[in-house]
Design a protein around this ligand. Structure first.
Ligand code: V47
Ligand code: SF4
Length: 392
């Protein structure tokens, strides 16, 4: 049988455009592609070509493995002091009758409802509430850890942290140390949106800027915490803004190696101040994942967040560089359903996730937040998972 390398060599040679051929050769030889290369891939390469290159890299890094975890989300509040134009979720403090705020007891009740179930991670993320401060969140994490020490807490975007630290008048380093000691294990990737000020000023002018976001992640990495990074794509940004965004992340990763996963988030246009902006096509989305896999050569993982993309498109993304589908989520996550995602109550059982991955011809592997492998489902029968007491 022809080796994958041989096939990809043939594909590269068959491309008539010399600069695109040279990009292909760089990928084949594990050389870094430049910002110009990245923009050229968006603008001149065909989807099958970038897809084939991205799949080659994905399989070189991870073979057929596709990771997921058993997690659940808690959104303590949707009240937010900021007013990002793309956000369908937040309610301004002045109108908080439309919003919700969970008390510590209510959050602990959610945590306890997972007792005896094999979840490994809680993802805590929400609006930036003017009254919920660092003491509240540090106290909450101590309570969660006292109740279930092994549960990994991935919580608070750099936007929430920046606001918390400024309000508490502590430095980024001090603030992160306090939260880390209280039980915060890692940071999610939210709030990055598009870093370039030309776009940031139009879509989320009042929250932390690129430098502030990157500083928080850099400090977390210095402390030994792992973090993720997102990019909100498919709205008013140009291709070069996407490359600029990825370049800033790639540079930081060269220095710290603290990022686990890059998560492109597709802009959804319902119920927000950007409803006039059309959503991107699935072909554009797949190209974005493929270019991201090629550009972010120092990020080990590329995630398609299925609640936002939809299950079938997430399956498709597994052929365009993606090797992670997030998790079971099991949640009342409203951030996407309110913005028009088809997933109104995102939740998949382990059996459903495994089946989704197998249907796409890949090998499902359950991981923890830090990508330690918990179980490979390659040879496990679906009926066996459904009957198992560990299925959730
Ligand atoms: O930063 C808000 C996005 C993010 C819309 O780290 C929207 O594992 C599309 O960061 N259309 C928060 N996207 C969620 C997030 C996340 C999600 C899953 C996993 C991880 C992780 C992180 O949600 C925000 C923003 O970019 N968002 N509104 C919208 N209308
Ligand atoms: Fe607030 Fe986050 Fe929505 Fe922006 S995206 S308004 S920071 S909840």
């Amino acid at each position: 049988m022809k080796s994958i390398k041989k096939s990809i060599e043939e594909i590269i040679q068959s491309v008539k455009h010399k600069p695109l051929q040279q990009i292909g050769e760089k990928v084949l030889n594990e050389q870094r592609i430049t910002e110009e290369d990245g923009t050229m891939l968006f603008e001149q390469a065909s989807l099958p070509y970038v897809g084939a290159l991205a799949n080659f890299v994905r399989e070189r890094l991870h073979g057929n493995k596709t990771y997921f975890n058993r997690n659940f989300h808690i959104e303590p509040t949707n009240v937010c002091v900021f007013s990002c134009a793309f956000c369908a979720y937040s309610r301004l403090y002045a109108h908080r009758e439309e919003g919700w705020e969970l008390s510590e007891d209510e959050i602990m009740r959610i945590i306890k409802s997972y007792d005896g179930r094999p979840v490994t991670e809680v993802h805590i993320v929400g609006g930036v509430h003017p009254k919920l401060n660092m003491d509240f969140f540090a106290g909450l994490m101590r309570k969660i850890k006292a109740h279930r020490p092994g549960l990994h807490i991935k919580g608070y975007t750099a936007v929430e942290l920046d606001y918390m630290f400024r309000k508490a008048k502590v430095s980024v380093e001090e603030g992160l140390r306090i939260l880390h000691e209280a039980g915060l294990d890692s940071l999610p990737g939210g709030g990055a949106e598009i870093f370039h000020p030309e776009i940031r000023e139009q879509i989320c002018a009042d929250k932390v800027d690129a430098e502030g976001w990157l500083k928080i992640h850099a400090e977390a990495h210095k402390m030994g915490m792992h973090t993720n990074a997102t990019m909100l794509f498919g709205h008013i940004e140009k291709h070069w803004h996407r490359i600029d965004h990825m370049e800033r992340l790639r540079k930081l990763q060269d220095q710290t190696h603290g990022f686990n996963t890059f998560i492109p988030l597709k802009f959804r246009n319902k119920n927000n101040d950007m409803s006039h902006v059309p959503e991107s096509s699935i072909a554009e989305d797949m190209k974005l994942y493929a270019v991201a896999r090629l550009y972010m050569d120092n990020f080990p993982h590329l995630k398609a967040y299925w609640p936002m993309l939809g299950r079938q498109n997430a399956q498709l993304a597994l052929s365009f560089g993606v090797n992670d589908l997030d998790g079971t989520i099991d949640d009342s996550t409203k951030i996407y359903s309110m913005a028009g995602s088809e997933e109104q109550h995102p939740s998949l059982s382990t059996a459903q996730l495994v089946s989704l991955i197998k249907q796409a011809g890949r090998e499902p592997v359950e991981r923890d937040t830090l990508y330690n492998e918990i179980m490979n489902y390659k040879d496990i029968d679906l009926a066996e998972i459904e009957l198992s007491p560990i299925s959730n």
